[in-house]
Design a protein around this ligand. Structure first.
Ligand code: UD1
Length: 416
């Protein structure tokens, strides 16, 4: 129960289609709160984090329904301004609702959001940006209240290009009074997706994908139909899987333009990457080379979400690799499990020193968080013999059907 079984050590061969993006759809679902009508969101991944967001929207009064991978949200009646259930404290992205709720109701009481164990993940940047737009925020020990009769557009610069804080400012600014200029904004593709959704709903946003956003507040947004783009992190995870296990795979819909940092690492390691309009192909025939030094960075640098899966692949590459984690301080929690499988990794502060080994050994291991869990699956695919990855619910926060996808790629893997 709650496990994934893998019989590893075989080449991957095959193709699979990449699901819709978790990090794009979560703020888009929050944005639905701003629209007094029905929004239809296609290609929505059926994953735990989306179900948590659905629960939150329903608790606030929205009607949410599913048909296949299409989710429909009706936010005509938003009648509760309190968010403090388990769905808030368990999921970091619940903070996304803050900007939208102030924009919609002008008054919200919220428990501090939870999330994975990958770091302290404070929300100070979110709160100070919203304060600058006129929100009065009172912080208590377990919850805070935020009030603003009408948010005010403002010029401001974020101290760090936080993805979540940028999304919250966008959600607050689209119906605020006047123009917001946000400098040092996050440039992640998920910001571009959110702005695309809001623009289709009638928002006036310039500069999405650059470090400076200019948002002119509009009176009202209207109903919209939108298709969620493919998940670059899921695609990236499967690329690390073929780097680790070897073989030849094709990932339909994989967004090559958003994965350049990973693709250049894959090529430097000796993988052969081919890109066409339909997706990304990766062939790995020979033993891979180590990647001497890699640092996680904001987009378009190497994504922190792919750091652990790549580490699993690097643990089998010839030579020494160094990974420096610069975004989240606690993102090496997967290392003891990889070591148990035979990986040679030493962690010193925020750097991991990885000396490639000849082989990993299948083992019973335990996921502690989403991407670390995915890294254990990657390691299990390359390892000799049977592996059991326990706590698969962490992995299901972000991967709609990792076993089916990997079986399409020829892996011997199943839920248990
Ligand atoms: C989002 C992604 C997550 C990804 C991360 C970085 C979603 C749902 N999650 O998370 O998968 O790993 O971007 O690309 O989209 N910070 C503060 N104060 C704040 C906000 C952030 O100190 O108010 C710090 C965080 O603790 C962290 C760093 O800034 O060290 C990056 O956080 P941020 O960019 O906000 O990431 P998230 O939006 O939480």
């Amino acid at each position: 129960m709650d496990s994934i079984h893998i019989y590893g050590g075989n080449f991957l061969r095959g193709e699979t289609k990449i699901q819709g993006s978790k990090n794009a759809v979560l703020p888009i679902l929050a944005a639905c709160l701003l629209i007094k009508g029905t929004c239809v969101i296609r290609n929505c991944p059926r994953i735990a984090d989306v179900y948590h967001m659905q629960n939150l929207l329903q608790e606030l009064g929205c009607l949410v329904s599913w048909a296949g991978n299409t989710v429909t949200v009706n936010a005509l009646h938003v009648n509760d301004n309190r968010m403090w259930g388990e769905s808030v404290t368990r999921m970091r992205s619940s903070v996304m609702l803050l900007g939208a709720m102030i924009g919609r109701l002008g008054d919200v009481t919220m428990a501090y959001p939870g999330g994975c164990v990958i770091g302290s993940r404070p929300i100070d940047i979110h709160l100070s940006a919203l304060r600058k737009m006129g929100a009065e925020i009172v912080e208590e020990e377990r919850f805070f209240t935020a009030k603003a009769r009408k948010l005010q557009g403002m010029e401001q610069e974020l101290p760090f290009p936080s993805v979540g804080a940028t999304e919250n400012v966008i959600l607050a600014a689209v119906t605020a009074k006047g123009t917001t200029v946000l400098r040092n904004a996050a440039r992640e593709p998920e910001i571009v997706a959110l702005c695309g959704f809001l623009t289709e709903a009638g928002a006036d946003i310039r500069g999405a994908g650059s470090g400076e956003l200019v948002i002119r507040g509009v009176e009202e947004l209207h109903e919209v139909k939108y298709t969620v783009p493919a998940d670059r992190i899921v695609a990236g995870t499967y690329i690390t899987a073929v780097l680790a296990a070897g073989g030849s795979i094709f990932l339909e819909n994989a967004p090559a333009g958003q994965l350049e940092a990973l693709l250049s690492v894959a090529e430097a390691m000796g993988g052969c990457v081919s890109v066409n309009e339909e997706g990304i192909g990766v062939d790995v025939i020979h033993k891979l080379k180590a990647f001497p030094y890699l640092k996680t960075e904001v987009y378009d640098g190497f994504p922190t979400d792919l750091q652990s899966p790549l580490m699993a692949a690097l643990s089998l590459a010839q030579g020494q690799s160094i990974i420096e984690e610069s975004i989240f301080e606690n993102r090496f929690r997967v290392v003891p499990d990889l070591q148990q499988m035979g990986a040679d990794i030493e962690v010193v502060k925020n750097k991991a020193y990885i000396s490639g080994v000849e082989m990993l050994q299948g083992m019973e291991v335990e996921a502690e968080e989403l991407r670390g869990g995915a890294a254990l699956v990657v390691a299990g695919l390359a390892a000799q013999g049977n592996s059991v990855v326990k706590n698969r619910h962490f992995i299901e926060r972000g991967y709609e059907n990792i076993c089916k996808d990997l079986r399409n790629l020829g892996a011997d893997i199943s839920l248990a």
